[in-house]
Write a protein that binds this ligand. Structure first.
Ligand code: 15L
Length: 267
């Protein structure tokens, strides 16, 4: 399957840099956006830097694209102002731009921090109501609601991908449950872009880990079949972090250290 033009926002970030090289083969033109430097455009790439809080710039960004992989915005716990601009106003601008340009499908990079206050002793499904663990998780919960509204009113389909921890390797015990390999990220992105009927669906972005806090069975229609697992990394991770403090809120809750990051001085 080939798309005419795909838009990847947040293309200069950790996951954006990975998908930049991987998505190119599925489209004639890959439009890349970020506020951070994007380097040189390779063949078939189009660079369009745009601040997400700039409605006119975002409207132009979505002109002529078949689908969007929206990784842009703030991706960690931060003070309110940057989150308000990039994630709250920015996500609204993105969906408004999709409506105005007739774009019908969006991969929305939500986060496990939308549900970070569930416990590590719980397994939650894709229908788990939000329990954000901070302002960042709160902004992602807002983004999920924007997506739902634009699906119900305008039929714009979205995958609300509550990404766990997508890094080259799991870095700690928590990531044995939350890890998603870059190859599985690519598999999930492709499944979202190509499944015939997506709807507006939550799915957790994780590999086929043995330890798991998320049950994706309610999103089986997307056809995402992870092929990697954190298990081969377990021995090394456990050796690095032999003891857990069971009274630490970061060990009790799925969101880990995000549950005790901040509050910030917002003055
Ligand atoms: C996230 O949402 C962050 O973007 C990422 O940097 C990781 O911290 C990840 O969550 C995680 O929970 O490990």
């Amino acid at each position: 399957l080939r798309f005419n033009r795909l838009l990847l926002t947040g293309a200069a970030g950790g996951l954006g840099r990975e998908l930049r090289s991987r998505l190119k083969r599925y489209c004639d033109v890959l439009r890349l956006s970020d506020v951070a430097p994007l380097g040189e455009a390779a063949e078939g790439e189009e660079l369009m830097p745009a601040p997400l809080q700039d409605a006119a710039a975002v409207r132009a960004l979505l002109e002529g694209v078949d689908a969007v992989v929206h990784l842009g915005g703030v991706s960690t716990e931060q003070p309110w102002q940057p989150i308000l601009e990039a994630n709250i106003i920015g996500t609204y601008n993105l969906y408004e731009a999709a409506r105005l340009n007739g774009v019908k499908r969006i991969f929305f990079a939500s986060s496990n921090h939308t549900t970070g206050f569930y416990k590590q002793s719980e397994v939650i499904g894709v229908d788990a109501p939000a329990r954000p663990d901070g302002l960042y998780g709160l902004s992602k919960a807002f983004g999920e609601d924007v997506a739902q509204l634009y699906f119900d009113r305008y039929g714009i389909e979205s995958a609300l991908v509550r990404i766990g921890s997508s890094f080259p390797e799991p870095r700690d015990r928590r990531m044995l449950a939350t890890w998603m390999s870059y190859d599985d990220l690519e598999r999930l992105t492709l499944a979202v872009l190509t499944t015939p009927v997506l709807g507006c669906s939550v799915i957790y972005g994780i590999s086929d880990n043995k330890t798991r806090w998320y049950d994706n069975s309610g999103a089986a229609h997307i056809g995402y079949c992870p092929q990697d697992s954190s298990e081969p990394f377990r021995a090394a991770v456990e050796a690095k972090q032999p003891k857990l403090d069971l009274s630490d809120p970061a060990v009790i809750h799925q969101g880990g250290a995000f549950v005790r990051t901040g509050p910030f001085d917002n003055a």
